[in-house]
Design a protein around this ligand. Sequence first.
Ligand code: ADP
Ligand code: MG
Ligand code: ZN
Length: 479
Amino acid sequence: MINQYEMVIGLEIHAELKTQSKIYCSCSTQFGSDPNTQCCPICLGLPGTLPILNEKVVEYAIRAGLAMNCSIATKTKQDRKNYFYPDLPKGYQISQYDQPLCYEGYVEIPLKKGTKKIGIQQIHIEEDAGKLIHTKEGTFIDYNRSGVPLIEIVSKPDLSSPQEAKQYLERIRMILLYIGVSDCKMNEGSLRCDINVSVRKKGDIHYGERTEIKNMNSFSYAVKAIEYEAKRQMQVLEEGKTIIKETRRWDEKSQCTVPMRKKEEAEDYRYFPDPDLPYIYISEEQIERIKESLPELPNEKKQRLMSTYDINGDDAELLIANPKIGQFFEETMMYFSNSLMAVNWIMGEGFRLLAEKDKETEIFPFTAMQFAEFLQLIEDETISNSIGKKVFEKMWNAEESPSHIVERYGWKQISNPQELESIIHEVLSQNQKSVEDYLSGKKVASKALMGQVMKKTKGKANPRKANEILKKRLKEKIS
Ligand code: ADP
Ligand code: MG
Ligand code: ZN
């Protein structure tokens, strides 16, 4: 029975650091240049060259480590990971084997109910390899990426569903963007991950054998790959067979994971300390200085937004995921006090129109002050909610302030009691049928009458006041 099993998932995330130059030479890391225009003897691995470590790489990696609650090693080294592949000209990748720069941390991810801490085993620095380009004419190699600095963030096997894995990936991405160490552009390959998956019977204390799915560069593929792979393993076990420890890849066409090779063990790589690179020493002062330079992190910001503005976790989550919108919201709150109303307009009409009109900019084309003015018009009942939607949309195109828009289109709400009385009087006399329905006990008929009031006023009647008057007049008819 498949539902007797549970999933165990651990991720190894590779993020390209956005330093100006590569990790061991001064070549540019700029993405998208012509192939092999950003290479030198060092990153091409020519004999006789010596690598020199870029200090920024260490600083960025420590930034990431601290943001993910890791301990930072005060002395660490770099190792050679030996293997042969055409995109790796030296025949080895400089990485870190048994002394990672950062270790034993965690990140907290939001779940449907509450949060969960996902352990970080380690974060280490390493160099990227070149890129193979497969074409009809043959395979080409671009070494521009060779020697671009990476951090590898290795989680503990603490994730137990594809959804948790996605939340975790998104959290890591958000943190890296907040602290400014990586662009995290999946389409440019600056964020990729390997997924380790195993399954075991619920309640079992031992982990099952795992497989590794290499090089995922999309969150949605990652979710599908985990779902597929876990189910496949459960079926294998159900048939009484065993899981083979292997490396697989996600095949988008067939929607399957397919075997690539037997999973290599550490000893296959003949790791050894790189004799060309000295130990890296890190002082407590340096760590302290980096710690102090960290910005407000996503979870801290979430807590602050929730307590300062009294909004719920889901809303806060959307605001931290969109920093520009978060900033806009906070600016709005300098001029307007009803946070719930501001959030509702941002999340509702705001996001809807952004997706429709301004997908790229990710921000509204008006100022927070204008938005606050708009909200005030609704709150003090100058305009109704439904007219509000029209004004809001007009704010996209017009240079005008919301009050001017209301003025120009004559959208001011009718709140004057005498004016409303006479409109309602007309509606009641013109809709005898609905009135009779109401009198015979069909209370919903009052809704139809209210609809008529709105129709007559083109949506401009103050709904609260009009409703009050309408109810009063109908009650009078009963008595
Ligand atoms: P390796 O030496 O093969 O790289 P690591 O111990 O470094 O193995 O772990 C790599 C990743 O695999 C980590 O993210 C870890 O959480 C995950 N992992 C380890 N064991 C399991 C398991 N049984 N099931 C799922 N993931 C696992
Ligand atoms: Mg590993
Ligand atoms: Zn170079």
